[in-house]
Design a protein around this ligand. Structure first.
Ligand code: SF4
Length: 189
């Protein structure tokens, strides 16, 4: 059990260096809009639990963001149950696992949603812009896009990992939590 191994004050930095694009986009979206729809809360919330954010810290994290846009009562009534539920503290107390790539790639993403896998869900122009913002060099972006055009989203992610960590080989990615661990190992986190 790694609960508590990642602290809230480190999440912004970690999101820039060690979060897979599917999680980084959700983090940026939450910080920018102080809201997230259900699909994103599930995808991101379980990921955070998986990397070692405690239930207490998760609650604080979501509450601080959401209550910039709603009052605390509404948050407690509408959202806190789900967060405790994800940690197995409500309902049948199941211990829910963070989603793997296949599940994320196959998820239903509506026009208003920010969850899912960016390599699949962004159109190419938006994806290129995002990769530029995230400091991937143009030549590398073209390599990523080549995989995307062939429908190889996880290979695109492995290429992204390689480029953003400056390592020699592409990494096989099958889970955003694996992405995180491999990244932390390289960065010595
Ligand atoms: Fe996330 Fe997997 Fe897509 Fe990478 S390939 S962005 S880890 S869902």
């Amino acid at each position: 059990n790694n609960a508590g191994s990642v602290h809230l004050e480190d999440i912004d930095t970690l999101s820039r260096h060690s979060f897979a694009p599917c999680m980084r986009q959700l983090h940026e979206h939450l910080r920018a809009t102080h809201h997230m729809r259900y699909g994103g809360r599930m995808q991101y919330g379980l990921f955070l639990k998986g990397i070692g954010v405690s239930l207490e810290d998760s609650m604080k994290f979501w509450r601080e963001e959401f209550t910039k846009m709603m009052d605390i009562d509404k948050f407690e009534k509408g959202y806190s149950y789900n967060i405790r539920h994800s940690y197995g503290q409500e309902g049948k107390r199941a211990d829910y696992s963070p989603y793997n790539c296949i599940k994320i790639i196959m998820s239903n993403v509506g026009p208003e949603d920010k969850h899912g896998c960016p390599f699949k869900n962004y159109d190419v122009l938006n994806l290129k812009q995002k990769l530029l913002n995230w400091n991937i060099p143009i030549s590398g972006i073209n390599e990523v896009i080549e995989y995307v055009n062939q429908g190889h989203y996880q290979l695109a992610c492995g290429k992204f990992f390689q480029l953003s960590h400056g390592v020699k080989t592409e990494l096989g990615i099958n889970h955003p939590n694996q992405y995180f661990l491999e990244s932390q190992e390289i960065l010595g986190g």
